[in-house]
Design a protein around this ligand. Structure first.
Ligand code: ZN
Length: 321
C-alpha cells in the first residue's frame, strides 16, 4: 500500500523533529506506566520512526514514552490517512471481514452469552461488526472518534446508537450493557485503565468484555523485531503481552475467563520480507520452502498453542459476586 505509506510519512514529518529524529517537544508528553503508575522505572527497548519504546521494570508493560500528547491524539483519527483507511481499506474489505472475522467473534460471544442482549462496541469504526451483531438480535451501541465512520454507520447501515466521542465522554448509564467488545482498540488509548474501569461501570453484573490486541510476545515480533508492522508509535501507544493484558484487566476488577493467541505470524513475516523471509528462516533449499508453504496452517497452530500468535484475545467477566 504505497498510498498509505506516503500518508504515514507525511504524518511522521508533522510529528517528528528532523534535527533530533524524536517526537517534537511541543507535541510530546512524558507518561508514567499505564499499569502500575511507576515513574522513571522504565528501560529503553528501541527507537522506531522517532518513537521511543520502553518497558516498565516494575510490571513489564511496554509503551511509547514520551508519547503524542492528549490534545493531538483525536486529530490522528480524523486526518487524511485515517479517513483513507476508513473509506478505502475498511469499506472494501467489509464483506470479507463480516464473513470471515466477525462471524467467528460472534460465535465466541455466543459461547459465553447465548442469548442476545445489549452490546457496546468501543471503537466501532464504520459499524460493520455492529451490523453483524444486530442481525443476530443484539441491541447495539457504538462509540467511535472517527467522524466518517460514525456517519457511515448511521447513514449507510442505519445504526442509530453511534456516538462520535471517546467512551470516557459518552456518559452511559451504569450497568447498561450485557457485553462490551474492544477489537484492536486498547493499544490506542491514552487512558487505558480509566477506559477499562468505565467498561466495568457500564457492564451489568455478570456482563463480559471481549478484548483483542496485538501480541508483543509473538513469533511475528520474534522474527521481524523492530520491523513488525504494528510498531506505529503515533497510533499504538501500548504493547501488551498475555501477562500484562491480564494484569491490566484484573486491576480494573474483571475476572479473566479465557485467554488465547491466534495469528497470522508466518504470513506476516513472509509479506514483510518477501523472498528475504526465506533467508530469515534459513530456508535456502527449495524443498524447505515447499515444506513451510505446505504446512503454514500447522506451523501457525503450533505458534498459537505456544501463546505466541500475533493476535492476543482475552475474555473477562464482571462477576456477580
Ligand atoms: Zn509498570
Amino acid at each position: 500500500m504505497d498510498a498509505l505509506r506516503d500518508m504515514r510519512r507525511q504524518v511522521l514529518e508533522s510529528l517528528v523533529d528532523d534535527q533530533t529524529g524524536c517526537l517534537k517537544d511541543d507535541l510530546a508528553e512524558d507518561v508514567p506506566c499505564y499499569l502500575c503508575e511507576a515513574k522513571d522505572h522504565e528501560e529503553e527497548l528501541f527507537f522506531r520512526d522517532g518513537f521511543r519504546f520502553v518497558r516498565c521494570k516494575r510490571c513489564g508493560l511496554i509503551y511509547i514514552n514520551p508519547r503524542v500528547k492528549d490534545q493531538v491524539i483525536p486529530s490522528l483519527y480524523n486526518d487524511e490517512r485515517y479517513n483513507f483507511m476508513a473509506r478505502e481499506l475498511l469499506l472494501k474489505s467489509a464483506k470479507y471481514r463480516q464473513e470471515r472475522l466477525y462471524r467467528e467473534r460472534l460465535r465466541y460471544i455466543a459461547a459465553y452469552r447465548p442469548t442476545p442482549g445489549t452490546l457496546l462496541e468501543v471503537g466501532s469504526a464504520n459499524g460493520h461488526f455492529l451490523d453483524s451483531a444486530r442481525a443476530l438480535g443484539w441491541n447495539v451501541t457504538g462509540v467511535e472518534i472517527n467522524r466518517f465512520g460514525c456517519e457511515y454507520a448511521r447513514d449507510a447501515l442505519g445504526l442509530d446508537n453511534i456516538h462520535n466521542c471517546d467512551l470516557l465522554d459518552a456518559n452511559f448509564p451504569s450497568e447498561a450493557f450485557d457485553v462490551v467488545v474492544m477489537w484492536d482498540v486498547l493499544e490506542h488509548l491514552p487512558r487505558p485503565m480509566a477506559t477499562l474501569c468505565e467498561v466495568w461501570r457500564v457492564l451489568k453484573l455478570g456482563g463480559m468484555v471481549f478484548i483483542y490486541v496485538p501480541n508483543f510476545d509473538s513469533v511475528e515480533v520474534l522474527f521481524l523485531s523492530v520491523h513488525a508492522p504494528f510498531f506505529q508509535g503515533e497510533l499504538h501507544i501500548l504493547y501488551f503481552t498475555p501477562a500484562t493484558l491480564q494484569k491490566m484487566v484484573e486491576k480494573a476488577s474483571f475476572v479473566t475467563r479465557h485467554q488465547e493467541t491466534h495469528g497470522l505470524d508466518v504470513e506476516k513475516i513472509l509479506s514483510v520480507f518477501g523472498e528475504e523471509a526465506w533467508k530469515v528462516f534459513g530456508m535456502y533449499h527449495t524443498e524447505a520452502r515447499q515444506f513451510v508453504k505446505a504446512n503454514i496452517n500447522e506451523l501457525q497452530n503450533v505458534i498459537n498453542r505456544a501463546g505466541r500468535g500475533n493476535n492476543l484475545r482475552l475474555f473477562a467477566e464482571k462477576p456477580v459476586e
